[in-house]
Design a protein around this ligand. Structure first.
Ligand code: FAD
Length: 338
């Protein structure tokens, strides 16, 4: 049974687990479907992934559409898109959410263009609300909210006519609710109808690189910016991070200057972080850098400019030259740890 107000979530799975962003989207979909009085439907594609359906239900899915076959063992654009597009055409969900991951960014525009739906990338907030145009009121649309024009405005985007209303959201942006083992839901097996050209791409070999750092789950982050001055001087940031047992982050300017690799970038076009402690060293604190950081614990900022914007959000402000302040912090921590 389909409901024309259903909220769908595309579930990303990899090596036997569900991607965190998909669980976060289920949490958000629960809120949206409550406002719409509809259901949360999860679309799970893969091979031998039926054991994941229970987890999806516990995290908020009322109904799981399970496409489980060898052709879907690894992510490939055409077979995955075939399954999603056929289902969307047949059932016309009201909302369809995907993670803003490499897979989601590949799949979402394909689905949207095939079914002629609107799509907003990298939303930072999603809400249900009304929209008026030309004397007509469109009830209960999806407000797709995201920074625009270099972060200078927060835009609310709506698709009044063309549904599903599609959006991608990056990992770590939406709250992840605890699973509820008492929740119940239904599982429906989907039989994909692949076409000949769908299998044009063969995966011959996969290589998975272990990431250098895990900013997303870090409790403490020490991040360096342009003020650090050079790749060589970033060793100060690494040293402070080391004594604190922290991950190393960076501003985009520091990444662009080649001080450190992109994996360490914090912010709108990097990783959204929510550590318990964030130490910003030589970082001015642009809106793009701070994107999503509002739910962090304490922020310590070290900057030689007392008017640096980072001080507006910092809980502890240290005005001074980082080349003096950071070595003193390292010494103090080592002395106290003895
Ligand atoms: P700067 O702005 O140059 O600041 C350096 C700071 O170091 C200054 O405040 C200075 O007072 C201080 N300083 C200098 N020397 C010392 C010293 N010796 N001791 C102490 N302090 C010192 N940025 C991000 O970080 N992440 C993103 O994801 C991101 N995405 C973006 C997306 C878009 C669409 C756009 C347009 C921009 C984005 N940016 C992003 C860039 C952002 O706007 C800023 O340009 C960038 O964050 C600035 O980095 P910074 O603070 O390291 O450098």
């Amino acid at each position: 049974m389909t409901n024309h107000r259903d909220v769908w979530v595309f579930i990303e799975q990899e090596m036997g687990g569900v991607a965190a962003v998909s669980l976060e989207l289920l949490s958000k979909a629960k809120d949206l479907s409550a406002a719409l009085n509809s259901r949360v439907c999860a679309l799970l594609c893969g091979h031998e992934v039926a054991h994941l359906t229970e987890r999806l239900i516990q995290h908020g899915a009322d109904h799981v559409m399970l496409a489980d076959c060898p052709e879907l063992a690894e992510y490939r654009t055409l077979p995955y898109a075939r399954v999603a597009i056929d289902l969307v055409r047949e059932r016309r969900p009201y909302i369809f959410l995907l993670g803003a991951t490499p897979v989601g960014r590949d799949l979402a525009p394909r689905i949207a263009s095939a079914v002629r739906a609107g799509l907003t990338a990298d939303c930072t907030s999603l809400e249900i609300g009304d929209f008026e145009r030309g004397g007509r009121t469109y009830k209960d649309l999806l407000y797709q909210i995201r920074p625009a024009f270099g972060g200078n405005v927060i835009a609310t985007i709506v698709n009044p006519e063309m549904h599903p209303q599609m959006a991608t959201v990056r990992e770590g942006v939406m709250r992840l609710d605890e699973p509820d083992p008492t929740r119940t839901g239904t599982v429906e097996r989907i039989e994909p109808r692949f076409q000949k050209g769908d299998m044009a791409l063969q995966v011959l070999k996969r290589e998975i690189r272990t990431p250098e750092c895990d900013l997303k789950h870090a409790d403490i982050i020490v991040a360096g910016g342009m003020g650090v001055g050079s790749r060589e001087n970033f060793k100060l940031i690494y040293e402070l991070a080391h004594v604190l047992g922290a991950e190393v982050g960076a501003s985009r300017a520091a990444v662009d200057a080649g001080f450190i690799s992109h994996e360490h970038q914090v912010g709108q076009t990097g990783v959204t972080v929510r550590p318990r402690l964030y130490i910003a060293v030589g970082i001015s604190g642009s809106v793009q850098h701070r994107a999503g950081m509002d739910q962090s614990g304490k922020i310590i900022a070290i900057n030689n400019d007392p008017n640096a914007p980072i001080f507006q959000i910092a809980h502890y402000r240290i005005v001074g030259d980082l080349n003096e302040v950071v070595p003193r912090m390292i010494r103090a921590y080592r002395d106290n740890a003895k």
